[in-house]
Ligand binder design. Structure first.
Ligand SMILES: [Zn+2]
Length: 68
């Protein structure tokens, strides 16, 4: 079996990243990073990228600011 595409050195690293569950883009977060240490991870949904997370939740974890 031939894996046709070789794009420099990026592919190995990319294959270790989790994709955004909404847009499918690589998040830059490696699959072996514990969920608690991840940014933009939503338990009910999965891993989001920064763009989708902000689109859905507005901002990163700043709940207190919204309450003011
Ligand atoms: Zn996304």
């Amino acid at each position: 079996m031939i894996s046709g595409r070789k794009k420099g050195q990026g592919t190995d690293r990319d294959s270790m990243q989790d994709r955004c569950v909404l847009c499918g883009k690589f998040t830059g977060i490696k699959k072996n990073v514990p969920i608690k240490e991840r940014k933009y991870y939503v338990e009910t949904a999965g891993q989001l990228c920064e763009e989708c997370y902000i689109a859905v939740y507005g901002q990163t974890h700043n709940d207190n600011i919204l309450d003011m």
